[in-house]
Design a protein around this ligand. Structure first.
Ligand code: ADP
Length: 450
């Protein structure tokens, strides 16, 4: 204990003596020296009382001045320390960091950026970048990162005008996957000084996702043919009149399981294609009301069998014509409507609506049901792969839990988003948007991580 105390006071004494040696305090020492000289002269030449008052005033002035200079020195030192810590963090960052002013003159280039762009900081800092630099082999990659619209494949991950702006950029030769976050750098008066780009190299991560996807694709393809054959054989067996009741029930059960298995294989194949970025979208402009009518036509027989009524509330005014992939979007809408029928209650209803979004170039389509609803804890997980809520598993034993994951990805590929409003026992409303402006539709598919 004693030792500690001694150590503590010795350390404090050292700290105190170091503080007295700060170069920032030099002006304070000079001032104190001058005050001391004035004080001594006062004592020699002035009457005792005046000298005494003068001495007091000089002490107060000296004390206040010293305290003010010490405070300023301390905050300057803290600022310097903060700056050097920040510089060390930026230099040690795993992600590449490039800072440039509003004229695209490079101001900062960290070692990770040197590695990624294969250029030394001293060769690049101070250089001005222009879109034409995309034609210059040594500047091409950085120019495509700075002017990302010039990169071969770009997918925006953030809304227009929202910061950080996040884009995923892919290059094929050589293979490179970058996630670029752009943040504006502002001065004290909030004036724009330039931009900071943080660039994460995701090439390895994406290649792992792709190889996982390739495995899934091959495995699903291999399963598809035997499952189809088995289902075909079971179907022929089920229609055999000579089977007794017991055998018929067994065959029917096997056939249902076979169909479910076939759906799993199909869904897995789609998931693999989506995650590899090879689902293959072909966009065309359509009349959305006509399109929804067509989808409803395909699900009607299933809803009639289930005794669920479907209503389509058409908009009063004409709607803008969105750009969609007919096959993919009908798959998504079909899935939502089938769910609203499957997870409905007896004699339930489904209402499909379409309307224009008031604050953007989007249409909103919603599917409302009077079904079992969804618990708040399940809502966050519904769009994840294989997730099925416990109330749904009880009422509908069949299901892959892949449908909504596929739907979400299809909606996102149409520049939209999907969400659900629901309460257990009080029905659900699934909403999704699709872009009516082709510029809001991602131009290329990309491999994705969940
Ligand atoms: P599946 O229907 O094959 O289980 P989905 O991905 O389509 O897979 O749906 C995931 C889960 O979301 C369902 O298992 C169910 O729990 C819930 N769900 C989807 N649609 C509805 C709905 N209309 N009402 C209640 N729950 C729903």
């Amino acid at each position: 204990m004693d030792v500690n105390l001694n150590f503590k006071s010795a350390a404090e004494a050292k700290k105190f003596s170091d503080t007295l040696k700060w170069p920032e305090l030099k002006s304070a020492w000079i001032l104190l020296g001058i005050l001391a000289v004035v004080f001594i002269l006062g004592f020699i030449f002035l009457p005792a009382l005046v000298a005494f008052i003068e001495g007091g005033l000089l002490m107060v002035t000296g004390g206040i001045s010293f305290a003010l200079i010490y405070r300023a020195a301390k905050s300057e030192r803290a600022g310097r320390l903060e700056k050097s810590e920040l510089a060390n963090i930026l230099l040690g960052l795993d992600d590449a960091l490039v800072v440039y002013d509003h004229d695209f003159n490079i101001l900062f280039f960290n070692p990770a950026a040197e590695n990624l762009f294969k250029t030394k900081s001293e060769d690049i800092v101070g250089q001005k970048f222009q879109p034409q630099d995309v034609g210059n082999e040594s500047k091409k990659l950085l120019a495509q990162v700075i002017f990302s619209s010039l990169a071969p494949t770009v997918i925006s991950r953030s809304r227009v005008g929202e910061y950080p702006q996040i884009v995923d950029i892919s290059f094929t030769d050589p293979e490179l996957e970058l996630r670029v976050s752009t943040i504006p750098v502002r001065g004290e008066l909030n004036e724009l000084l330039g931009f900071m780009k943080i660039i994460r190299d995701r090439t390895r991560e994406i290649s792992l996702i792709k190889s996982k996807g390739e495995f899934l694709t091959v495995a699903s393809h291999q399963l598809r043919t035997p499952v189809t054959d088995i289902n075909w054989a079971l179907q022929s067996l089920a229609s055999d009149e000579s089977l007794n009741e017991n055998a018929k029930t067994i065959v029917e059960t096997a056939l249902t399981a076979g169909r479910n298995l076939f759906q799993v294989v199909e869904d897995l194949l789609d998931v693999a294609k989506i995650e590899e970025g090879h689902f293959g979208y072909k966009f065309e402009q359509v009349d959305i009301v006509q399109f929804i009518n067509e989808v409803l036509g395909t699900v009607m027989p299933m809803s009639e069998r289930a005794g669920i009524k479907i209503y389509f509330e058409k908009p009063k005014n004409d709607l803008p014509q969105p750009f969609i992939d007919r096959t993919k979007l009908s798959r998504a809408l079909d899935n939502l409507i089938e769910n609203s029928v499957r997870y409905n209650t007896e004699n339930g209803e489904v209402i499909v609506r379409v309307e224009k979004v008031s604050d953007g170039p989007f249409l909103e389509i919603s599917v409302k049901d009077t079904g079992i609803g969804i618990a708040p804890a399940d809502i966050d997980n519904l769009f994840k792969k294989f997730y099925r809520a416990s109330n749904a598993v009880k009422t509908q034993t069949e299901g892959t839990g892949l449908g909504l994951y596929i739907v979400k990805n299809i909606v996102q590929a149409h520049g939209g988003k999907i969400w659900v409003d629901s309460e257990p026992g009080r029905g659900s409303v699934f909403h999704f948007t699709i872009a009516t402006d082709i510029n809001s539709v991602p131009q290329h598919e990309m491999a994705l991580e969940e």
